[in-house]
Design a protein around this ligand. Sequence first.
Ligand code: SAM
Length: 260
Amino acid sequence: MISQNEIIHDDCIKVLKTFSDNSFDLIFADPPYNLQLPKNKKLIRADGSEVIPVSDSWDKFESYEEYDIFTENWIKECQRILKPTGTIWIMGMYHNIFRVGKIMQDLGLWFLNDVIWVKIDAMPNFNGRRFTNNHETLIWAVKNKNCKNYTFNNEFLKQMNNGLQMKDTDWIFKICKGRERLKDGNGIKAHPTQKPLKLIQQVLLSASRKGDLVLDPFMGSGTTAIVAKALGRNWVGIEKEKKYVDLANMRIKKYTEQAR
Ligand SMILES: C[S@@+](CC[C@H](N)C(=O)[O-])C[C@H]1O[C@@H](n2cnc3c(N)ncnc32)[C@H](O)[C@@H]1O
């Protein structure tokens, strides 16, 4: 029996193995990016302030091989526990999404779309040596090639789009900032990679129904839980860092109190 609407504080690979086959209606995963930032290199904005990149230990892997093994292990389990009517969304950037995509295809997951989240207010490339990296990719897939009856709320999306088919795979949303962005007591980002609520809302509205069970194996600041709760979906989150489990639980509690 899966305890729903809770965050499990542990390593997701260990936890995923405990779930039964075909248990979840939708899996949303925002895994480590494996950014591989050069050591001691500072990024400075035009105004002289320093950019604080994702430098947490959860994002560090010794090699591509180590990252691939980790990635295959958690995706393999997600594939097993995803219902044949369910879908999985995995998001990432150019650092990791191509490796993630190859692993997904090698495991037999079947791609439905790759959605591009266009970040209209992305951080510019400060030293002008390449283009601004202004998007992330979400791969949307089913368990295998034979899964045809997956949830896609085409009619609902059409109604929300003035009666026209919602056909765009480029989704334009601002990055998470302002009041939505969680900060610590010193005004510093409480989680380095908090995603916008609207992005995950679009995922859940497109591919899940009320009462469905949604899994996020990399829960971070709890964005998926907030959206799932607001939309009447049940959810399970996994997060290995205690400080983020606490942050997400506080956020969920605050949201619940406000929603009353
Ligand atoms: C990219 S962030 C997810 C951010 C989240 N979508 C949000 O909006 O806050 C990835 C998260 O996964 C967690 N994590 C990394 N490796 C993990 C693992 N093996 N098991 C569980 N959580 C893990 C990290 O601590 C981090 O909070």
